[in-house]
Design a protein around this ligand. Structure first.
Ligand code: ADP
Ligand code: ZN
Ligand code: ZN
Length: 727
């Protein structure tokens, strides 16, 4: 019997081992963890198969050290999901499995939660009936208490008695500890404070009717239309019969209110998994999910791999969000894998968004997904009014046009809050010499340094390099000027223009450090801050009822980008940011500043909303044969030697051409948008084809051969199936 073990190494194949010497002879179950010798170390891997023979000569086969579990550490569908994902994304299975297990489990800690509980022994019970010992009233009280409860943890005992009394009972043989798996946490469903609208009621009924089988539902509703309320209701139905629900969210740190809301509604049944948790907290949440104790698991993208043996429903909130795609290492899409998992587990999935991805909308058009719409906000709230401001006609100050300044003044006077959005942090994106045209560059990248004035630093947003701010031009010695705006500078300008309005800023610079985001959000919620300046971080799910005006400083960043998805992202950002305005009784207003007010994307967005935009964008994609009308994969590579890098990619392309059939297009080598980053040159090949299956067949033949190609020293390359970014 040969054990095939997936180990956390970049090697694509599994490793063969003999069973441990003292093994019972009974075959272990695939999915259990196994400790094996590996070089001079020992590693913990997962058993993925059992074979009768091995290609490794038997003299060289080593025996595993021990089998660490009796039962698999994944439910069957999750285990299948991991294997499917490794195949589909062409990533080593060992690394895929490692991504799914918390560090504590990879280090060998138990997969199940066991607690030590104390009970009375038989001798203890006899003693209680006919006491032999006298004058120990507290011990006797503890014995009565234990007899009544059956069992209790040491913590429970300590809450009412001294642990010394428990030890005394144990010393006399009257009480003892046993290790048990805890009962599922008693969870209680608290009633909602709101009555569903008719629309919400229809949507909840439609989704609930699909419980018990696979169905994908796009829940299309603007922010504040009541999507979360729908999730809560359907989840209540899904777990009523003992099932579990998985809720994926883009970033938990940005939406603390969501977790709060779930906890308020479902008390103890909620577990949370995300990257900012401590190792112990992750382990505990994972165990709670795996044991069935947690009825609801809320997590960020990697939570899609969590074992949930009684999965009954999946929710993907803000399904269009780019953070569902992992951008390095194992490059998977948690949204796409969630759909696969729902299908395999035969459960419904809800994809919620105010700005669905074009892929999802195409799936609706193909009738693969159903579309459920929440067109309005409950209560008095109305959709905001959008207006374009032509930056060429309306001069202003530091990127803020006259009409925008007037609008801000007007809304502040009327008691509203204002959001100013700019997706660029720092003070200014470049430091420029008027005399000779020199711009402070990053020494390690083909990029400019961003000025961070408060920190008195130049920083590279691509490689993280940082240095002091030069006082004069590096070329001619003249003084330097900051050019363009980042959020820090906008904050300065607004402070000058509106000295009476307290400001808050939310970007990666102000959000660093524990509790920083919460602190900023609190200042806005409490109403103390009147103007909120921020980047992309503002677009995610916050509920600011008093915001009545949103100003988008620069819509043009996404209009002419080379990436075919840039316009989709821009439309989503504008719509999402605009959605922060006028959520309660105040009518909202949105000002979009642009130098291209007649750009068809912007005008379509203004006149027909996101849905109108999406229709024209899909039409463009169809003509250009971009996804969702084609399938892509990207082979990215980087090395210090640019000639060697190109030679490697050219050989890979030639190799591909020799293997590809007519349906496969190989484009490139092309240099990346930032051609050099952190001293490495970057380039890629783009593989394009009409069908998923032909792409998969091609990659399966091509990649093993690419692995054998020579490259320059330090070459790194990776494959990205269904890439989100292609420049
Ligand atoms: P979304 O998830 O689409 O942003 P939420 O479910 O968070 O929307 O709802 C937005 C706000 O409206 C919340 O404060 C919520 O409590 C409230 N709300 C949701 N549904 C109703 C309803 N049927 N009646 C009244 N208020 C509601
Ligand atoms: Zn100069
Ligand atoms: Zn750099």
């Amino acid at each position: 019997m040969i054990l095939q073990i997936a180990l956390d190494t970049p090697v694509r194949h599994v490793f063969d081992y003999l069973p441990p010497v003292d093994a019972s002879g009974e075959a272990p179950k695939p999915g259990v963890r196994v400790r094996v010798p590996f070089g001079r170390r020992q590693l913990i891997g997962v058993l993925v198969g059992i074979a009768q023979g091995s290609r490794v000569p038997s003299a060289k086969l080593k025996a595993a050290v021990d089998i660490m579990d009796e039962e698999p550490v994944f439910d069957p569908v999750t285990f299948e999901l991991l294997r499917w994902a490794a195949d589909y994304y062409h990533h080593p299975l060992g690394e895929v499995i490692a991504a799914a297990l918390p560090v504590a489990l990879r280090a060998g800690q138990a997969a199940n939660d066991v607690v030590e509980t104390w009970t009375l022994s038989d001798a203890g019970r006899r003693e209680l009936q006919s006491p032999t010992a006298r004058r120990a009233p507290r011990q006797r009280a503890l014995m009565l208490w234990l007899a009544e409860r059956g069992r209790a943890t040491a913590d429970d005992v300590a809450a009412a008695f001294k642990l010394a009394h428990l030890k005394a009972l144990a010393a006399r043989g009257w009480a003892g500890a046993v290790r048990i798996t805890p009962e599922p946490a008693g969870f209680e469903l608290r009633p909602s404070e709101v009555t569903l609208t008719d629309q919400q009621g229809l949507v909840v009924d439609a989704i609930a009717a699909s419980l018990g089988r696979f169905a994908a539902h796009l829940l299309y509703g603007v922010t504040g239309s009541g999507k979360t309320e729908v999730y809560l209701r359907v989840i209540a139905a899904a777990i009523a019969g003992g099932g579990q629900s998985l809720v994926l969210v883009p970033e938990i740190a940005l939406t603390p209110q969501l977790v709060e809301r779930f906890r308020r509604r479902f008390s103890a049944g909620v577990a949370v998994l995300h990257s900012a948790l401590s190792g112990t907290a992750r382990r505990d949440a994972w165990r709670a999910a795996h044991s069935g104790q947690a009825r609801i698991l809320i997590g960020t993208r990697s939570a899609v791999f969590t074992s949930l043996p009684r999965l009954a429903l999946i929710v993907v909130d803000e399904e269009h969000d780019a953070s569902y795609k992992q951008h390095e290492g194992f490059r998977y899409s948690a949204r796409d894998l969630a759909v696969w998992r729902a299908q395999r587990a035969q459960v419904p999935i809800i994809l919620g968004s105010a700005t669905p991805s074009l892929e999802t909308l195409e799936n609706v058009a193909q009738a693969r997904y159903s579309k459920l719409v929440l067109p309005q906000r409950p209560g008095a709230a109305r959709a905001p009014r959008l207006a374009l401001v032509d930056l060429r006609k309306h001069a202003g100050e530091q990127g803020l046009s006259q009409p925008a300044m007037h609008a801000i003044a007007r809304h502040l006077t009327a008691g509203g809050q204002v959001i100013v959005f700019l997706n660029r942090r720092g003070y200014a994106p470049s430091l420029f010499c008027n005399a000779c045209g020199w711009v402070a560059p990053c020494a390690h990248c083909d990029a400019r340094m961003t000025l961070h004035r408060r920190a008195a630093q130049l920083r590279c947003h691509h490689c993280g390099a940082a240095g002091p701010v030069p006082s004069t031009c590096g070329s001619c010695g003249q003084p330097l000027n900051p050019v363009g705006q980042g959020t820090e500078r906008v904050e300065e300008t607004l402070a000058r223009l509106f000295p009476d309005a307290p400001l808050a800023r939310l970007d990666r610079d102000t959000a660093a450090g524990r509790g920083a985001i919460e602190a900023v959000l609190h200042r806005v919620h409490s109403g103390e801050a009147r103007i909120l300046i921020g980047t992309q971080m503002l677009t995610k799910g916050h509920d600011f009822p008093d915001v009545s005006l949103v100003v988008i400083l620069d819509a043009d960043q996404g209009l002419f980008a080379s990436d075919f998805r840039a316009t989709e992202r821009l439309a989503q950002t504008i719509t999402q940011v605009a959605g922060r305005a006028g959520r309660a009784a105040r009518p909202g207003e949105v000002i979009i500043q642009t130098e291209f007010p007649e750009h068809p994307l912007l005008t379509r967005l203004i006149t027909d909303g996101y849905e109108g935009f999406a229709a024209s964008a899909l039409e463009e994609r169809r003509k250009a044969e971009w996804p969702p009308y084609s399938r892509l994969a990207m082979l990215r590579a980087e090395a210090k030697d640019s000639l060697g890098l190109n030679a490697f990619l050219s050989s890979a392309a030639a190799l591909g051409a020799s293997l590809a059939d007519a349906s496969i297009k190989i484009l490139g080598p092309a240099t990346a948008l930032i051609a050099r980053r952190a001293d490495h040159f970057r380039a890629h090949l783009l593989i394009e084809t009409a069908a998923r299956s032909s792409l998969q067949r091609f990659l399966a033949r091509w990649l093993p051969q690419v692995e054998t190609l020579d490259g320059p020293p330090g070459l790194r390359w990776s494959i990205d199936v269904d890439p989100l970014e292609v420049d």
